[in-house]
Design a protein around this ligand. Structure first.
Ligand SMILES: [Zn+2]
Length: 91
């Protein structure tokens, strides 16, 4: 997986603020763009891409494309069996 730097023009800042899709930090000037399958992901840098590949993706699953989301509030997604973030560790 490789990525590329993309300068964020002023238009980006005027309309919306760009945050890293992995760590959530504000991306001030240029974003690191990399692709996971068909999804383009904006991150702060290669470090976050690595974080995505090693931690984020295995933990939460592949990132979904931002577009095509219907902004329905509280859309009920039926509870799938096997929630990823389930903590049931007993020492
Ligand atoms: Zn980041």
């Amino acid at each position: 997986m490789t990525g590329r730097w993309q300068e964020l023009g002023r238009a980006w800042h005027e309309t919306n603020v760009v945050h890293c899709s992995v760590c959530g930090k504000l991306i001030p000037r240029r974003a690191w763009i990399f692709a996971d399958e068909a999804v383009e992901i904006q991150a702060c840098g290669p470090d976050c891409q690595q974080l995505y590949e090693t931690y984020w993706r295995p933990t939460y699953g592949a990132m979904r494309p931002p577009e095509g989301t219907h902004g329905g509030a509280g859309a009920t997604r039926s509870a799938d069996a096997g929630t990823p973030g389930h903590k049931a560790e007993v020492d």
